[in-house]
Design a protein around this ligand. Sequence first.
Ligand code: CTP
Ligand code: ZN
Length: 159
Amino acid sequence: MISSSKRDELIVSKIRNGTVIDHIPAGRALAVLRILGIRGSEGYRVALVMNVESKKIGRKDIVKIEDRVIDEKEASLITLIAPSATINIIRDYVVTEKRHLEVPKQIRGLIKCPNPQCITNNDVEAESRFTTISIKPLKLKCEYCEIYITEDDVIRQIL
Ligand code: CTP
Ligand code: ZN
């Protein structure tokens, strides 16, 4: 029998340097690419693996990007739509760092409040600020107008 990790390798080879975002819930790889601002014309070598078997989460997506690192802001946004994801830093073919993501308790300036009356949508100086109420399912509360938003709202903003 061929193991699932061996099968992934049949789909896409290892990378030399860059970042592998693994254990993304199946179907979310494109949203992850959006968060990273990758649309194809930037010239990064990117590999997408979608809907492959995962020992941990049923089915998963994987995104591999050569010669690109991921900053804190991008990592925080990825946690919101892919809390199971791991970010692997690859140097010379070796995984030199493996980060397990955690949904932050407070999320500032990353997502918009969907309430048009909210002060964060009417004052250029005001930065959006959400508190995490629950992680599974994701539920965030706007600190200003107290509206609740879900994972679907976040995904809709990203896509
Ligand atoms: N990977 C890659 N190129 C490399 C090294 C690793 O594309 N040069 C990919 C692997 O295919 C895997 C991910 O990076 O999808 C993490 O690699 P590794 O830690 O070796 O795999 P696992 O031990 O299966 O990871 P985990 O424990 O996170 O499931
Ligand atoms: Zn608000």
